[in-house]
Design a protein around this ligand. Sequence first.
Ligand code: MG
Length: 337
Amino acid sequence: MKLRFFPYTLELKHAFTIATSSRTTTPAVLVEVEQDGVVGYGEAAMPPYLGESQESAAAFFRSVDFGRWPDPFQLEEILPAIDAIAPGNTAAKAALDIALHDWIGKKLGAPWFRLWGLDPAKTPVTSFTIGIDTAEVVRQKTREADIYKIIKVKLGGGTDRMMIETIREVTDKPITVDANQGWKDRAEALKMIEWLAARGVVFIEQPMPKGQNADTAWLRERSPLPLIADESVQRLADVRAAHGVFDGINIKLMKCTGLREAAKMITLARALGLKVMLGCMTETSCAISAAAQLSPLVDWADLDGAVLIKNDRFDGATIIEGKVTLPDRPGIGVIKL
Ligand code: MG
């Protein structure tokens, strides 16, 4: 199997601000694996706060020797061995996982949703994300989100009530809130959640810092809204600890090393009675389409990553009337533009 990779900088349509950072681009690396004349595509999208870069991904890819695995179908051999090469590098690992899945699906002539036995009509609606911004920009973005049935809003930046009140001037659609660990005090967090619950908010993602599990568990016992772990749950090994602290988990391919582990996380989360959300970074339609293959299994999707960039390189899963829509194409369902 041949591996090729290309640094690619995702250009955002709007500056994107969350409780901890702001940016206008996202570094990414696109990868291709090729064998028997079949090419599989993958992508690592790496928001800088997660610690990976185009350089670290390139170094990781150079350390992978595909000659060790003559049969690319043996993902249960290949992916754990790739994971063991070095700790971290979860986006780089996800790029390889996605590319191998794409290659296998193309070789078999089937999309992954079909190989997993899923009904493509059961994809969820996706939320559209609005970052922390001025009232004027929030109003404009809420209007732009016209086709979406759910708005996801980033809070925790000190202007929480203004953000929600501004959105409510424009629309009465359901809102989901992502505090990105921005609330440090549990009693204050509870007051805010009660205020949000009265304004049509559906759930709260990562209300408190990831180290504050005891505070989050306290909050969960009293919260009128479900609490969803994002920063607190990266990989399969973190899912069990979310039980009793959160009501659900947000799975992202770039955090969890890809589709194989994401599918296992969904199974474990269900066994523990947890809700499941499928999220993303800003990504091209390559990684988004890969995640979309799993989306019939989840309660909520936040797969607007490709809509937020100006320079997508792939055609794949799309959002029609706010709903994730899977193309009937093999692998992860993408065509390179
Ligand atoms: Mg989040």
